[in-house]
Ligand binder design. Structure first.
Ligand SMILES: [Cu+2]
Length: 155
């Protein structure tokens, strides 16, 4: 019994980190776990445009929050960092848009319920060419911790 449960969990995790719509792929997605008092959190992932056309991220939504926005972080003239809402994002042909802490992120505003480690968040992106991309992202404390620790490199 135990074995099958583990297999089910592993395959869920695998599905959550890779999704595809046409030549558009999403990799490495995760959502930051936040304390219950926090109403907002952020999701991070890498969107790869493998097509020969520039792609535009037109719309994003999630049932986990009342508002879902694409944010970036800008540095103001006084040096302060501030999040800024982006109406859409262009991913040039053959390039990728990396969302990570300190940069681009999917802002989940006014969470419907608190998110804790192990939860799953559904996200939906609408692209100009690739259409709809649905994702199921794991909630983690941080990106590295959930990777399972050490990476072994073989040469
Ligand atoms: Cu933000």
């Amino acid at each position: 019994m135990k074995f099958f449960q583990i297999v089910a969990i592993v395959s869920t995790l695998f599905l959550s980190v890779f999704a595809q719509a046409g030549k558009l792929t999403a990799e490495g997605g995760w959502v930051r776990a936040v304390p219950p008092v926090s109403k907002n959190t952020a999701a991070y992932l890498t969107l790869k445009n493998g097509s020969k056309k520039d792609e535009v991220l037109l719309h994003l939504s999630s049932k986990a929050a009342k508002h879902t926005e694409l944010h970036t972080i800008v540095v103001e003239p006084n040096g302060a960092k501030k999040m800024q809402k982006m109406p859409h994002a262009t991913i040039k042909a053959g390039t990728e848009l990396e969302m990570k802490p300190g940069g681009y992120h999917v802002m989940l505003i006014d969470l419907v319920k608190p998110l804790k480690e192990g939860d799953t968040v559904e996200l939906e992106f609408i692209f100009q060419h690739a259409g709809k991309l649905s994702l199921s992202l794991p909630v983690k404390m941080s990106e590295d911790k959930a990777e399972g620790g050490h990476h072994h490199h073989h040469h």
